[in-house]
Design a protein around this ligand. Sequence first.
Ligand SMILES: *[C@@H]1O[C@H](CO)[C@@H](O)[C@H](O)[C@H]1NC(C)=O
Ligand SMILES: *[C@@H]1O[C@H](CO)[C@@H](O)[C@H](O)[C@H]1NC(C)=O
Ligand SMILES: *[C@@H]1O[C@H](CO)[C@@H](O)[C@H](O)[C@H]1NC(C)=O
Ligand SMILES: *[C@@H]1O[C@H](CO)[C@@H](O)[C@H](O)[C@H]1NC(C)=O
Ligand SMILES: *[C@@H]1O[C@H](CO)[C@@H](O)[C@H](O)[C@H]1NC(C)=O
Length: 349
Amino acid sequence: MHLSSLPFLLVLISGIFCYYDYDTGYYPDPDDPYVHSMMGPSTAVCAPECNCPETYPSAMYCDDLKLKSIPIVPAGIKYLYLRNNMIEGIEENTFDNVTDLQWLILDHNHLENSKIKGRVFSKLKSLKKLHINYNNLTEAVGPLANTMDDLQLSHNKITKVSANVLEGLVNLTVFHLQNNQLKTDSVSGALKGLKSLLYLDLSFNQLTKLPKGLPPALLMLYFNNNQITNIPDEYFQGLKALQYLHLSHNRLTDGGIPGNVFNISSLVELDLSFNMLKSIPTVNENLENFYLQVNQINKFPLSSFCKVVGPLTYSRVQHLRLDGNNLTRSDLPQEMYNCLRVAADISLE
Ligand SMILES: *[C@@H]1O[C@H](CO)[C@@H](O)[C@H](O)[C@H]1NC(C)=O
Ligand SMILES: *[C@@H]1O[C@H](CO)[C@@H](O)[C@H](O)[C@H]1NC(C)=O
Ligand SMILES: *[C@@H]1O[C@H](CO)[C@@H](O)[C@H](O)[C@H]1NC(C)=O
Ligand SMILES: *[C@@H]1O[C@H](CO)[C@@H](O)[C@H](O)[C@H]1NC(C)=O
Ligand SMILES: *[C@@H]1O[C@H](CO)[C@@H](O)[C@H](O)[C@H]1NC(C)=O
């Protein structure tokens, strides 16, 4: 599952529960935009070129307007959408009347770091969501308020994420940096203070090594489509909650994978497809989805999945992809199903 579908679901669910609570007299969270829609019109006015729906008046929509700069943002606006315009910069005073802005969505514009003036984002003391996907950034923006929850900077030309830009973001849970031009040294060390980070996407960059200092709460970690050749011993050891790990389309070889590095007991899904592996790395018995297609694997030792086999000690692998390797059915050991007891599908060809 990709986490990007989660916020929508959560909003939907919280919307339903708030409605219910409202009926029973509970006072709903006034910051929730879906609750606002049930609380009647607000006093917020709207920029003339934009749209502030009557049912959702603290949101201002200025999408698809060919805007070259951000319009006047009236006091009272908390959720600002400016997607698909031609905005290149942000003036220092742009948000002076809306320092309590919570969501700022700027995807598909032409923003450049040199044209974002002063510490314009650090004035936004309640900012939770900042999306600047598909722009022309060369560096991560900041400093940002420590209320931040969701930062998305994918599809830019970012080569640098300074440690001080992310400093103090103790509540950041989602960070998208995929499709940039990051090298290993440009992120190493910058992430370790992000105590609440659950989701980190560094796919489609130029990493040749894994960055140092990953934060400890991570649940989902995407490094696919880089140029990673090896994994340091015990690299994932501090990540006690890690469930999804994607390393497909890299340059991993057997020699670059220390023996127990993927024996991570929390892991549910491991994607090592499109690498240069000749053998199957050892994984924990709890792993459910294991993707190894398009490597150079030519043997199938059960010890990669089960050290011992017993009533309760067996592999939980359900989906195993081995197609695009040098393996046929006859290479699979007879006693396989004692260990791979719940494997619902093993694809070979
Ligand atoms: C802030 O609001 C004041 C009073 O309404 C207005 O004069 C000013 O232009 C606004 N500033 C910005 C940057 O929108
Ligand atoms: C991004 O910047 C480059 C120059 O650095 C420019 O050629 C290009 O048109 C810009 N792209 C956008 C979408 O603004
Ligand atoms: C972080 O989130 C917690 C729980 O929602 C909240 O109590 C706390 O104030 C937040 N911290 C910051 C710096 O916003
Ligand atoms: C994984 O590590 C645990 C100890 O942490 C060990 O008991 C288990 O046998 C290992 N799994 C495999 C398949 O080697
Ligand atoms: C594939 O495996 C067979 C038998 O296991 C071996 O003879 C052959 O050389 C292997 N081919 C490659 C490309 O590794």
